[in-house]
Design a protein around this ligand. Structure first.
Ligand code: FES
Length: 656
């Protein structure tokens, strides 16, 4: 094992020797920018290990070391919240107090039958609930323990679903293994939790909910560790096709478990965050004194609902993604699923369930179903359009009379990849740009020295260049009079790299010179950390922006056509996801990413996929309704659409 100390973040972790520095960053909960997915080609993961500049993805930790990452703190802010609406609390996971009464002598019913009747409200052989008695799974082990449980303590709390009793836990008294929340006056303590997971290609966000009330208790996020095997879903699917799915499934399952543990720790730290958490007196069981205060653990989580794009969904489940990597790009599974969490490496209650929303198509996954569940476009009279802009831009258009969805291959430009000075929305990323009174102004995330351009900054810069007359409508950059290949927004010496250089020791300076010479020799990717070149935009970058925005704009036009809807009929345009939240709608329209008529209709809704995952836990009916809505939804495959090429070419320019 070796100790890695991240200097600026003041974080220390221990990892096995031979682990890559990139993996160490991910394990430390940092958010490295790795657009090439650890292929060693983008040069954006550059760090200093013991003062020596190296690519984090290509460097293994051999001994204890110190790692310095450019920028003040590498811990990026992950957007975890989204638009939320009031949801009726009718969960699939229910909690009830039952009395395990001693039967009369001569009672014909078994212990198990009497428990089932009690829990599901079935009396005198008549069903009083809409539960099919015959469908309730018999838990042989639990049935066998009922006699003993009854003698031990008559009052129990039961966690159950329509099909299954998940747990029986004592309300007053001491459980065989643990002390559950009780106090001397017998007040009920409980710790029944559910968790929603938004499994994104870049980040994973987890939310902990109180299983009894649906209350939001805590949120936690981490980078998706799969990014070291590929920056986007195509690279990851290819990795899985070449090396199998196990590595990708296992690393993501491990991270989800870490998120669940952190969520539970957060509830332990908060003074009274979980309803019913009480301080109780110490109790002695079998001669051993147990800590009296009930502390929740991951085994108190009974349901986890998970959303992710189709590739993330498949890789998480260990499904070989061949059908996604090759035409006609169909998912292996699209229906919603209820699975045993333990079977998929998720460590919660041993009988805990894993709920997955339906996938819509090969490139429109359960995360988009989550967005739909959060927005319920399928219930609205008004026509709405939801756009979730990313490497693939998913969109859903329509209303209660019908919905259509498509996915546009917009590429990673707005996520910072393929753009020379591009980066994700991390501290130091230029997020807004303005040209005013002949001067260029910008802001950065966290107010730090500029590192590069994130998606919203990139859109602003292109829009302002158009306004300033430095970018022609055909996409040609020029410097006033003549054509120019580059536009310098932040000159060298004003970026964070200049600051890094000043702080470099003499040794590191000479290492830097060597490294630069080496890079020059072998032609490896540019390294802005080693060589402060400022923050700039190139002609090639503008080409990438044109491809991205044309794919999205063409998708919108063809989806409108599919549903025979005019732009003017759309009443609200929901922009989902982190990028949508920071993007200027006006500038997006200026560069032709969205139609001009949408500007006043835009509503940024944040991470609604995660909200959808929460709603799946809060209301079982809504979860089932979304399944129907997805089944009835029309799907437009842009790649197979004959008009796509013409439409895409029409949208490439910046004409208005
Ligand atoms: Fe290391 Fe791209 S992630 S070079």
């Amino acid at each position: 094992m070796a100790k890695v100390y991240f200097v600026r973040e003041e974080i220390s972790i221990e990892i096995p020797v031979g682990t890559s520095v990139l993996e160490a960053e991910i394990q430390a909960g940092l958010a490295p920018d790795v657009p090439c997915g650890g292929q060693g080609t983008c040069g954006k993961c550059l760090v200093k290990v013991d003062g020596k500049p190296v690519l984090a993805c290509q460097t293994k930790v051999e001994k204890d070391c110190q790692v310095e990452i450019p920028g003040k703190k590498n811990r990026g802010k992950i957007l975890s919240e989204g638009f939320s609406r009031k949801v009726n609390f009718q969960p699939e996971l229910q909690v009830k107090t039952v009395w395990l009464e001693k039967p009369e002598t001569g009672e014909k019913k078994s212990e198990w039958e009497r428990l089932v009747e009690d829990v599901y409200g079935i009396s005198n052989n008549k069903r009083t609930s809409d539960v099919d008695y015959g469908c309730i799974k018999t838990d042989v082990k639990l049935a066998g323990s009922l006699y003993e449980k009854r003698s031990f303590n008559p009052e129990w709390q039961v966690a159950y679903t329509d099909e299954e009793i998940l747990d029986l836990r004592p309300i007053v008294g001491v459980h065989e293994d643990s002390v559950h929340g009780v106090n001397s006056s017998g007040e009920k303590g409980d710790g029944i939790f559910t968790a929603a997971i938004d499994l994104g290609t870049t980040t994973i966000v987890g939310y902990l909910l109180d299983g009894r009330t649906g209350e939001n208790l805590a949120v936690e996020s981490r980078m998706n560790p799969q990014m070291q095997y590929g920056g986007d879903v195509i690279q990851r699917a290819n990795y899985a096709l070449e090396h199998g799915t196990e590595t990708l499934s296992k690393c993501v399952q491990k991270t989800i478990n870490k998120i669940l543990e952190s969520l539970i720790v957060k509830t332990q730290k908060a003074p009274k965050i979980a309803s019913g958490r009480k301080k109780v007196n110490d109790q002695t069981v079998n001669g051993k004194t147990k800590s009296a205060e009930w502390m929740p653990g991951v085994e108190d989580i009974y349901q986890v609902s998970l959303v992710g794009n189709t590739c993330m969904h498949h890789l998480f489940l260990g499904i070989y993604p061949a059908s996604l990597a090759h035409a006609p790009y169909t998912p292996a599974i699209s229906q919603s699923l209820t699975l045993r969490a333990a079977d998929y490496g998720i460590h919660i209650h041993p009988k805990g369930q894993l709920l997955l929303l339906p996938n819509i198509a090969g490139y429109i996954g359960a995360d988009t179903s989550g967005c739909l569940l959060a927005l319920r476009q399928d219930l609205k009279d008004e026509i709405t359009l939801m756009l979730d802009i990313g490497t693939n831009t998913e969109m859903i258009l329509g209303n209660k009379y019908g919905l259509a969805a498509c996915s546009a291959a917009s590429g990673p430009a707005f996520e910072g990849a393929k753009i020379q000075c591009g980066m994700r929305g991390l501290p130091g990323a230029i997020d807004h740009v303005k040209y005013e009174d002949g001067k260029w102004q910008y802001t950065t995330i966290g107010g730090e020295k500029p590192v590069g351009l994130c998606g919203s900054g990139l859109i602003d810069l292109v829009a302002e260049l158009l306004r300033a007359g430095l970018l022609e409508e055909n996409g040609i950059l020029h410097s006033g009079q003549e054509r120019s290949d580059t536009f310098m927004l932040v000159p060298p010496q004003e970026t964070v790299f200049a600051q890094c250089e000043q702080n470099m020791s003499e040794d590191a300076q000479s290492e830097k010179t060597e490294c630069l010479q080496r890079n020059e020799k072998n032609g490896s990717g540019q390294s802005r950390f080693e060589n402060d070149c400022g923050v700039y935009l190139t002609q090639k970058d503008i080409g990438e922006v044109q491809l991205a925005k044309a794919a999205i704009a063409a998708g919108i036009q063809l989806l409108l056509k599919k549903r025979s809807i005019e732009e003017s009929q759309i009443q609200t345009v929901y922009l989902a996801g982190g990028f949508g939240n920071y993007m200027s709608a006006e500038n997006a329209a200026r560069i032709g990413l969205i139609p001009e008529s949408f500007v006043k209709k835009v509503q940024c809704v944040g991470n609604i996929a995660g909200e959808g995952a929460k709603i799946a836990l809060l209301n079982k009916n809504e979860r089932h309704e979304i399944e129907n809505a997805v089944r009835n939804m029309e799907f437009l495959e842009l790649a197979a659409c004959p008009e796509f090429q013409d439409c895409f070419v029409d949208e490439l320019g910046f004409e208005r």
